[in-house]
Design a protein around this ligand. Structure first.
Ligand code: C2E
Ligand code: CA
Ligand code: CA
Ligand code: CA
Length: 278
């Protein structure tokens, strides 16, 4: 009985250790990934609905783990958030994107393309995020209006006063600001008008069944109307079919992003896509 108890204990201890170990492995792996340059940025096109032109791209992070292939954000962003590593990782993404945009500019390519970068909660709440952004822009020679920062509702609603101050600084610099995953978090509509925002991104969970689900259709219509009455533009994500696009066009949605138009692509493939899309 004594032995069984001990084995039991060892079993549980082992379970816990292996979870902690997994986390540690990822944390160490993430540090190493930064040092060794294992992160890559993929670009997903965003299309203006009225003109059919590609006006932007969202930068989406990928981890090329040697021997294991591509790791997607869902499998490492939560740990990066937990450990605070998202701050240097996010900083890397921002710099990388600004350098890329500058390269395209110098080559005379895609002059009107704005790049959207996701800003995590930890990053947004950093003491001097506005100054950090401004410094990266200066050092890379990227113009503020070439950059859009995507922030989720929960990040700004957590402490609206502080968020408003940060957003005003960024907006004054000329950086575009959008609310990501709109409608999925806790949002207070009254704050929307107090934030200097440029766009709302309708979450793909509302878009998926928009042509068959009357409730989703009503929500999407309402969000578009709300955004427009606040002089914000609206972009829908998760646009996977021609039917999605037709619905959104009929509702005067400004822009779309999704597999129907193009998946997130490595930079060379994205450049090819852009040249073909003219
Ligand atoms: P998100 O910001 O909502 O990004 C959109 C996600 O939807 C991307 O997943 C994209 O690949 C996927 N997607 C795009 N079009 C479609 C579509 O038509 N159908 C479906 N089913 N999915 C579509 P991804 O790249 O796996 O990124 C997941 C999340 O990871 C992002 O969600 C974002 O929250 C986070 N993330 C990605 N890159 C970064 C980053 O650089 N920094 C931070 N802080 N978070 C990032
Ligand atoms: Ca996003
Ligand atoms: Ca989103
Ligand atoms: Ca999302």
């Amino acid at each position: 009985a004594k032995d069984a108890g001990r084995n039991n204990f060892q079993f549980y201890a082992h379970e816990m250790n292996s979870r902690a170990l997994d986390r540690l492995k990822t944390e160490t792996g993430l540090r190493r990934a930064l040092e060794r340059g294992e992160f890559v940025v993929h670009y997903q096109p965003q299309m203006d609905v009225a003109t059919g032109r590609v006006i932007g791209a969202e930068a989406l992070l990928r981890w090329e783990l040697p021997g294991q292939g591509m790791v997607f954000p869902a499998d490492f962003i939560p740990i990066a958030e937990e450990t605070g590593l998202i701050v240097p990782i996010g900083q890397w993404v921002l710099r990388h994107v600004c350098e890329q945009k500058r390269k395209w500019h110098d080559a005379g390519w895609f002059p009107d393309l704005r790049i959207a970068v996701n800003l995590s909660a930890r990053q947004f709440k950093q003491q001097d995020i506005a100054r950090a952004v401004s410094q990266v822009l200066q050092e890379t020679g990227c113009r503020p209006e070439w950059l859009e920062l995507e922030i989720t509702e929960s990040v700004v609603m957590e402490s609206p006063e502080a968020a408003a101050e940060t957003l005003h600084k960024l907006s004054t610099m000329g950086v575009h600001l959008s609310i990501d995953d709109f409608g999925t978090g806790y949002s207070s509509l009254s704050y929307l008008k107090r934030f200097p925002l440029d766009a709302l991104k309708i979450d793909r969970s509302f878009v998926r069944d928009v042509t068959v689900d009357a409730d989703d259709a009503a929500i999407v219509r309402a969000v578009i109307a709300l955004a427009h009455s606040l002089k914000l533009s609206v972009i829908a994500e998760g646009v996977e079919t021609a039917d999605h696009l037709d619905f959104l066009r009929a509702q005067q949605c400004d822009a779309v992003q999704g597999y129907h138009l193009g998946r997130p692509m490595p930079v060379d493939k994205f450049e090819h896509f852009m040249r073909e899309s003219k």
